[in-house]
Design a protein around this ligand. Structure first.
Ligand code: CIR
Length: 271
């Protein structure tokens, strides 16, 4: 409370009390990838994953680390299996057949923290990586994994919680909408020029990834930190110069499977 007696509400789009992660499994070598650049090294993956969890915890958040799931090689990328709001959580319906079962596997963890856990029932598909929740709206990109029917069902499911869903396009040959963008604060987005050129961020301030560093567009704003993959110095410097506190995390192994910083966690503050 301020001296004048007003409550200062923290922006819900980047202030989080909780996160859920899942440990990488030995099966990670069978994870999906657009281009095969070699199998990820589990030991390095685990090291980077530990550093990621530590970074989230350093902000004071409670991080629930789930055990690895050998039946689902891509299950370390928890973001695709669910979408969390203050009011409740929604299990997604991943468009990749090998990932469909990850949604149900996430239910028990979400029921520990939420009284209201819903699910996309289908027939459409939708993955969390295609969803950017800003302070004012929920942007969902159509992609090879997310279709119009899935987006329409999400819209219906979140209507009574007061969220507005806007259907946008993930660029062709890009895995997910958030492969190319991240939320930095209530009004600012980090995006590649190719995605920004689609016009989907009209009304927002957009900071572009530096030329040649498009692969770092997938970052997260988590409390006071902007967590981004290491190895992208020009974009990191741009963000620091704009006043963000940047924390770099190794991402070489997840990147072999087209994964980045947002994919590795569900971030939320249950009411
Ligand atoms: C996949 O293709 O589904 C995984 N190998 C990578 C998922 C990355 N998730 C994300 O961007 N949210």
């Amino acid at each position: 409370m301020t001296l004048s007696g007003e409550y200062t509400l923290k922006p819900r789009s980047w202030n989080f009390s909780h996160a859920i992660t899942r440990k990488p499994s030995e099966a990670i070598v069978d994870g999906l990838r657009a281009v095969d650049t070699g199998a990820p090294d589990l030991t390095q993956f685990q090291r980077d994953h530990d550093a990621y969890v530590q970074a989230l915890r350093s902000t004071g958040a409670h991080v629930i680390e789930l055990e690895s799931l050998d039946a689902f090689p891509d299950s370390v990328f928890v973001e695709d299996a669910a979408l969390c709001f203050r009011e409740g959580a929604i299990l997604m319906r991943p468009g990749a057949p090998s990932r469909l079962g990850e949604a149900a596997a996430m239910r028990p963890a979400l029921e520990q923290v939420y009284g209201d856990v819903r699910a996309i029932e289908g027939p459409g598909f939708i993955e969390g990586g295609d969803i950017l929740v800003t302070e004012s709206e929920v942007l969902v990109g159509s992609s090879a994994r997310t279709d119009t029917v899935g987006i329409d069902e999400l819209r219906e499911q979140v209507q009574d919680w007061g969220y507005t869903v806007r259907h946008v396009q993930t660029p062709p040959d890009v895995l997910h909408f958030k492969t190319d963008c991240s939320l930095l604060d209530e009004t600012t987005i980090l995006a590649t020029r190719r995605l920004d050129a689609s016009g989907c961020f009209e009304g927002y301030n957009v900071i572009h990834t530096a030329d040649g560093e498009e692969a770092c567009a997938n970052a997260i704003r988590f409390n006071e930190l902007v967590v981004m993959p290491s190895g992208f110095p020009k974009t990191a410097a741009k963000l620091a110069a704009s006043g963000y506190r940047v924390k770099e995390i190794g991402n070489t192994e997840a990147a072999k499977l087209d994964g980045g910083m947002s994919c590795l966690s569900l971030r939320f503050s249950p009411q």
